[in-house]
Design a protein around this ligand. Structure first.
Ligand SMILES: *Cc1c(COP(=O)(O)O)cnc(C)c1O
Length: 421
């Protein structure tokens, strides 16, 4: 085997990436759709968005879809729609993008973080159960890095207590949980479609649900132009002004491009899925490296494999640090970055910030007990955040190229002892 590139040997990856990692894939079709909106001055308004919503709802098999300007706003609307309000608690995992849950604080609610399962990196249902109080109003289940959360267990816990479940599908567009579309299992699904995600259409978000009350409350919160057409007299009497004081509608350049991206998404997603599974199959059995993906027989899938990561076991590589490992892998010509999202429970915004002038930290401004969580309060979360590394995100099934990238990882694993000490 060749010497490691970081020690002066040849790189494992010799073939140029070409368009292997280019995302989103933009063709003339996207350009024409955007130009059509641009040239007639239709950037605001809702005609294109309404068509996009209809197609989106069909894709998910949901009754309702409501376009938003960001994923952040779609989740905010979902929380309001689930009646999260002053003094309520909402449970989520700490290792996720902040917009899975931080919005709860401006509804007067607080956040309680539950630990994750160290295999799926998603909510550990047993810890969710431990964190439930009589204040718990909703659970946000994140399909983190594309891996479906344990929805059966979460729904059972929530339904037994009348708690609402919001699925954050921002990493998992099209991912299946035991054969069912993620986003359709909880009471409401919400997701980002910003340009970095696997369904990438600009700055945009989407809320989906089968529940008419949830849909109508979400619309009344940040879509003032729709309130008059809502069926609920309780809501339509507020026609003309948004209840939340927010304007959350989707930009129509995004919905126009979104319609095109959606038409191609399934095919493109399937090619990504095939490529990423091929990569992990090549690394099967490599010491120190564990794939983050559901078992093949589970009927669960990773959708478009947004921000795919692997799990690192330094004990199997003589204690080689993750940072050193990643550096050596990158030197071989592929991508590998140590770490995942910031842990929210340890961040000063969740511990110290008095955002609204309550005279105490916003996190506990409306709660009876101090729900803040110190270091070591979420052992699996804190442990796993030091054991995750990003892997290359292949958009095309080109086995010869993928093999070179897998070889970059294999080579460092095989010669880890050269890097120790
Ligand atoms: C990106 C993201 C969001 C927020 O979406 P934006 O479109 O960036 O506002 C929410 N949750 C998760 C898990 C995300 O990764």
């Amino acid at each position: 085997m060749d010497k490691l590139a970081i020690l002066g040997g040849p790189k494992a990856v010799q073939t140029s990436a070409d368009d292997m990692f280019t995302w989103p894939i933009i063709t003339e079709e996207d350009e024409q759709a955007a130009l059509e909106v641009l040239r007639r001055g239709g950037m605001s308004g809702t005609d294109v968005t309404n068509q996009f919503e209809k197609e989106y709802a069909e894709w998910f098999g949901s009754k309702y879809a409501l376009g938003h300007n960001t994923g952040t706003s779609s989740i905010h609307s979902a929380m309001f729609a689930c009646k999260v309000g002053v003094g309520d608690e909402i449970i989520c995992q700490s290792m996720t993008f902040w917009a899975s849950v931080l919005q709860a604080m401006n509804l007067g609610a607080t956040i309680v973080y539950a630990d994750i399962d160290p295999v799926t990196m998603t909510l550990d249902p047993a810890d969710v159960e431990r964190k439930i109080t009589d204040k718990t109003k909703a659970i946000v289940a994140v399909h983190y890095f594309g891996h479906p959360a344990d929805m059966d267990a979460i729904m059972e816990i929530a339904n037994a207590r009348g708690i609402k479940v919001i699925e954050d599908v921002s990493h998992a567009h099209g991912a299946l949980y035991k054969g069912r579309m993620t986003g359709t299992i909880g009471h409401v699904g919400a997701m980002s479609c910003m340009s970095g995600k696997s369904l990438a259409i600009g700055e945009a978000g989407m809320l989906i649900t089968d529940d008419k009350e949830i849909y109508e409350r979400a619309a009344a919160f940040g879509h003032y132009e729709r309130t008059s057409s809502l069926e609920s007299p309780e809501l339509s009497k507020f026609a003309g002004l948004p209840l939340g004081g927010f304007k959350y509608r989707m930009h129509q350049l995004s919905s126009a491009v979104g319609r095109v991206q959606l038409r191609h998404y399934k095919d493109r997603m399937n090619e990504i899925d095939r490529s990423m599974n091929y990569f992990w199959n090549l690394l099967e059995g490599a010491p120190g490296l564990r794939a983050h993906r559901p078992p093949k027989e589970s009927g669960s899938t990773m959708g478009g494999w947004y921000a795919a990561h692997g799990i690192y076991e330094p004990e199997e590589l003589g204690g080689l640090s993750l940072q050193k490992f990643c550096e050596a892998v990158r030197a071989e010509g592929t991508s590998c970055g140590a770490g995942a999202n910031l842990l929210m429970h340890l961040h000063p915004v969740l511990n110290d910030a008095d955002v609204y002038g309550h005279g105490k930290p916003t996190r506990i401004a409306n709660s009876e007990s101090d729900v803040r969580q110190a270091e070591e309060s979420l052992p699996a979360t804190e442990r796993m955040s030091e054991r995750l590394y990003s892997i290359p995100w292949f958009k095309h099934y080109r086995p010869e190229v993928i093999k070179e990238h897998a070889e970059a990882f294999r080579k460092v694993v095989a010669q880890a002892s050269e890097l120790n000490g």
